[in-house]
Design a protein around this ligand. Structure first.
Ligand code: ZN
Length: 384
């Protein structure tokens, strides 16, 4: 054991220098990365998304967006890093970039617990907003995208250990399959996590987690329903008819029927499909939707409500504020580079309850002034 320690230290150094040398956070928007032969791209969130997501304090309740987890020591991960440094193999992909070590995740949870930071759900925040109640200044919401098995193996046990809840956004068409370098959880695992109460399952669409080439560049497929394959469009609409028969418990409203005849019909059909998938497999229909890549266009956010969702979440780096609706409040993305200090910046330790010093008050006001310049609504529209 003792003589293995230096080796671990060397590997750690190489790992760190490898990550630095590769500039993991700064993938220069290279469209080649993640492209497959079919011309569809980035099934996972691309690393450059994190450029929009440098944590910084805004007033409201911060919503954190995690993706994948790994155990403290992961031989495959180390081999990839070393391979890319020593042998010029391809750089870390989105899978590694969006991975949080379980030990780091536990540090975050322990930090929230030790500082009396309340871990809320999206519904709890939305209820306060709807009731025009003030939002707590010592709260946070946890969310996890893509439903990789590492959530079941690494994150969920920690959430149970600390008695905390997180939302999990599932691409329902990929459940129990190998998809984009991920092993997506099975329905069994999702049922088990959902039943525990520590995981609140939401939708990540059914089958719209990819980008398509447009004259403006790569864009999420749901911005461009006209570029969906005929097969996909007819499959969605046919599936909808089938699910209506199978799961009559969730009626489709007249509004949804109307939405199913317009431009966005295939997108709305996919959203309804994902709701039916989850309602059929779990006890609760999903109430929240996380759009892949973080954003929808405004029409689609409204149609998500028609499809039965209470709200959607975006990846604009802003807190869920008292002035927000349930349409596209922001989230802060957590990556392999996120440190505990960055978490502290997003949710600072609580201010002393009694007689704060003038300095603390001034600092707090500065934060508020800065945050008012960042409107989640304005930030929620990515530059095309
Ligand atoms: Zn995703």
């Amino acid at each position: 054991m003792r003589n293995r320690l230096p080796k671990v230290a060397v590997i750690s150094l190489l790992l760190l220098s490898g990550i630095a040398a590769l500039g993991v956070g700064g993938c220069g928007g290279d469209d080649q990365a993640g492209t497959d032969e079919l011309g569809t791209v980035y099934s996972l969130d691309p690393p450059e998304l994190a450029k929009h997501a440098t944590p910084g304090f805004t007033s409201g309740v911060p919503v954190l967006a995690y993706h994948y987890f790994r155990a403290g020591f992961d031989a495959g991960y180390l081999a990839k890093v070393l391979g890319s440094v020593l042998f010029g193999m391809p750089a870390l992909g989105p899978r590694e970039f969006w991975t949080t070590p379980a030990g780091e995740f536990e540090k975050h949870l322990r930090y929230f617990r030790d500082n009396d930071i309340q871990v809320m759900t999206l519904d709890e925040v939305a209820d306060l907003v709807a009731a025009r109640q003030p939002l707590p200044d010592n709260a946070v919401v946890l969310t996890i995208d893509d439903a990789d098995e590492s959530v079941y193996e690494q994150a969920w046990p920690l959430l149970r250990k600390y008695g905390l809840r997180a939302h999990l956004f599932v691409p329902t068409g990929h459940v129990a399959s190998r998809w984009s370098d991920l092993d997506v959880c099975s329905w069994e695992q999702l049922r088990e996590m959902s039943a525990s109460g520590n995981i609140i399952v939401g939708s990540h669409t059914r089958d719209m987690h990819f980008k398509v080439r447009t004259p403006r560049g790569l864009e999420p497929v749901f911005w461009n329903p006209d570029l969906m394959s005929t097969e996909m469009r007819s499959r969605n609409l046919n599936d909808l008819v089938r699910y209506r028969r199978q799961v009559p418990a969730i009626p489709v409203t007249d509004d949804a029927d109307a939405a199913l005849t317009g431009t966005w019909a295939p997108v709305v059909a996919d959203l309804l499909d994902s709701r039916y998938d989850l309602a059929a497999e779990l006890t609760q229909p999903p109430m929240w939707l996380a759009w892949p890549y973080g954003f929808a266009v405004a029409e689609l956010d409204s149609l998500a409500r028609v499809a039965g969702f209470r709200g959607t979440v975006s990846l604009a780096p802003a807190s869920f504020a008292a002035t927000d609706t349930t349409m596209a409040p922001g989230r802060y993305t957590i990556t392999a580079k996120t440190t505990l200090d960055m978490i502290r910046e997003v949710r600072p330790p609580r201010w002393p309850a009694a007689a704060p010093t003038g300095g603390a008050v001034a600092a707090r006001q500065t934060h508020k002034t800065r945050s008012s310049a960042t409107s989640p609504a304005a930030a929620a529209r990515p530059a095309r």
